[in-house]
Every structure is written in structure tokens, then in C-alpha cells.
Ligand binder design. Structure first.
Ligand SMILES: Cc1cc2nc3c(=O)[nH]c(=O)nc-3n(C[C@H](O)[C@H](O)[C@H](O)COP(=O)(O)OP(=O)(O)OC[C@H]3O[C@@H](n4cnc5c(N)ncnc54)[C@H](O)[C@@H]3O)c2cc1C
Length: 290
């Protein structure tokens, strides 16, 4: 039987106070946002905290704004609030669509984007898309603030690069421009996705040529990975890029540490990347899917 041990919830008035509270209670304390991962981990005794510092009550941490061409999403924004935000839909529609496919509506209504990124669960969606959209995260603590690319936040499966007392406060994403095309697709058979694939393209001439590309894969590997060698193959004329998709598949699969696990073999995951790279490319350029 799984049970939760007793704990106390503390409600800080600012990110600074939250960081100080964590320092005060030390290893007996953890930050808490939606609790969708944390409480499960505590029920299974994977994490044991007697003090939870509630980040949801910190004013301003759940705001969604656009400033100087960047979409700024507060870390305690729930998946549901991002999915339903008119600003996100207008300035980064691929993000709104990806969020609408996370988990189920109960998890989306409670779980936060910040919690998702900090927990670094390998079978999650947002980090993979944020890698190709050029997302960064702001991290604050009593020691100060720093901003890093999303890729530098995730150290491995269930591991972030956050230091004790550091809080992820904001996720910043460049707004989409008319010359950008982007899409995210996932394949899912169990409770969490088996594959996630994100693609971003720059096209000065409405999809006839691509001058720059970013592609990332997640869920098939311990943490999301950019396919840097594949990105070179995804530039050129549309016809050239379509011909090079099989070669790009191999480059993406080689860049990721494909896992043999309960979701399938590494070879099966390579096949999924092959199938979904073509689909995500067609989706990004607005062509009908097979
Ligand atoms: C049934 C189920 C299905 C799911 N399916 C999907 C899916 O399809 N795709 C997907 O992407 N995800 C999926 N998830 C994961 C879900 O997105 C996460 O559970 C959720 O986003 C985590 O956010 P939270 O606010 O609940 O985090 P919490 O559980 O509150 O916290 C998680 C961890 O992050 C830390 N933390 C939280 N916020 C911060 C912060 N701002 N700064 C520093 N540390 C912080 C906490 O200390 C804790 O260690 C699923 C989860 C469940 C339970």
C-alpha cells in the first residue's frame, strides 16, 4: 500500500522567501507546484519531505506576457492555462497545441510547466519543443538570478542542473515570425508519450526553401536531444529536404541515446523517428498528413 507521510506546507510571499525557506529547512524540504509528480514520488517514498514550500502562491509566478518579441511564461503557469492563453496561441501556436496534448485535462489543470521541466521526467513533451523554439529559463535564488537555455536545465533522466534553493521562475520563448514554421508531434501508447519530435524551420519564401532548421527528439532517450547533424540536412529546397529525411532520421537517432525499455526497442524507436519526422515536416509546412 502507498501512503503519504505527514508534511507541512509553507506559503512564501516571494521567490526569494521561498529560496530562504528551503535553505532554512534543508534536506527535509522541497518546492511544490502542482504536486502531480512530487506527491506521487512521496507516496512511493522516492522522495521524503517534511516541509513543502508552495510556489503556486508566489505572486506573479503564473503570469503569461509578451515583451519585446518574447513570450514570457511564469513557471507556475499550468499546462491548461498555457493551452488556453490567447497570447500563446497568437505568438507561439505550436506551444499552445503541444500543451493541449499533455497528459489529461486533470493533470493539465494542476501540473505546471516549471514542474514539468524541473522534474525532467524522460517521457515528457515541453522540453523537446522548447529546445527547437529556442526557449530559455530564468532561475532565481537568494544568491541571485541567471538565465540558461532549456537544454542546459536538464542533466539527465529525473535530473536537473538546479542547485539547492534555486527556483525556476520564468520560461522565455522567442515569438513566432511569419518566416518561421514549427510543429511538435508525439506518439503514445501508454500513460506517457513513447516519442516526441519537435521541428522548427526558417523559410524566407513560404516553404519553397529552408535556410535554417532545428530538430529535437524526446521520450525515446533519457533526456531530449537536438539532432545537430540532422539540422544541416533539413536546409535547402523543399524537394531536397524531403529526399534527405531518411538520412536526417539516422542523424537524429544517432544523436539521441535511444533506450531499449518497456516502450520498445531502440530499433523500434529509430523506426518511429523515421515515420514521425516525415509527418512533423509536413505538419510544419502545412501539408496534409497521410
Ligand atoms: C497521469 C500522468 C500523465 C502525464 N502525462 C504527461 C504527458 O503526456 N506529457 C508530459 O509532458 N507530461 C506528462 N505528465 C507529467 C506532468 O506534466 C507533470 O506531472 C507536471 O507538469 C509537473 O508539474 P507540477 O507542477 O505538478 O510539479 P510538482 O509535482 O509540484 O513538482 C515536480 C518537481 O519539480 C520541482 N519543482 C516544481 N516547480 C519548480 C520550480 N518552479 N522551481 C524549482 N523546482 C520546481 C519540485 O520540487 C518537484 O521535485 C503526466 C503526469 C501524470 C501524473
Amino acid at each position: 500500500m502507498t501512503t503519504l507521510s505527514r508534511f507541512e506546507i509553507h506559503q512564501p510571499a516571494s521567490a526569494l522567501e521561498a529560496s530562504q525557506m528551503l535553505a532554512h529547512y534543508g534536506e527535509d524540504a522541497g518546492f511544490y507546484a502542482g504536486g502531480t509528480e512530487l506527491l506521487l514520488a512521496m507516496k512511493h517514498s522516492a522522495l521524503n519531505y517534511r516541509h513543502l514550500i508552495d510556489l503556486k502562491v508566489v505572486p506573479g509566478l503564473n503570469s503569461i506576457d509578451v515583451r519585446n518579441g518574447f513570450l514570457e511564461i511564469g513557471a507556475t503557469s499550468t499546462h491548461r492555462s498555457i493551452e488556453r492563453s490567447a497570447l500563446v496561441e497568437q505568438h507561439q501556436p505550436a506551444m499552445a497545441e503541444m500543451e493541449s496534448q499533455v497528459a489529461n485535462v486533470r493533470v493539465r489543470a494542476t501540473g505546471t510547466l516549471g514542474g514539468n521541466l524541473c522534474f525532467a521526467e524522460p517521457h515528457s513533451d515541453p522540453a523537446t519543443l522548447l529546445l527547437v523554439l529556442g526557449g530559455t529559463v530564468k532561475i532565481e535564488s537568494a544568491a541571485g538570478a541567471r538565465e540558461i537555455p532549456v537544454g542546459d536545465l536538464i542533466a539527465g533522466a529525473y535530473a536537473s542542473t538546479l542547485q539547492a534553493g534555486e527556483i525556476l521562475t520564468k520560461i522565455t520563448i522567442p515569438c513566432a515570425k511569419p518566416t518561421h514554421r514549427s510543429a511538435y508531434m508525439k506518439f503514445q501508447i501508454h500513460e506517457r508519450p513513447t516519442l516526441g519530435l519537435g521541428l522548427w524551420l526558417e523559410t524566407p519564401d513560404d516553404g519553397r526553401t529552408f535556410t535554417s532548421a532545428r530538430v529535437a527528439v524526446g521520450c525515446v532517450c533519457p533526456f531530449p536531444a537536438r539532432g545537430l547533424n540532422a539540422e544541416k540536412l533539413l536546409t535547402g529546397s523543399c524537394t531536397e529536404v524531403e529526399k534527405r529525411l531518411p538520412e536526417a532520421t539516422d542523424a537524429i537517432a544517432d544523436a539521441a541515446d535511444l533506450l531499449d525499455d518497456h516502450e520498445g526497442s531502440a530499433e523500434y524507436k529509430r523506426h518511429l523517428i523515421h515515420v514521425f519526422l516525415r509527418r512533423v515536416f509536413r505538419k510544419a509546412i502545412g501539408e496534409a498528413l497521410d
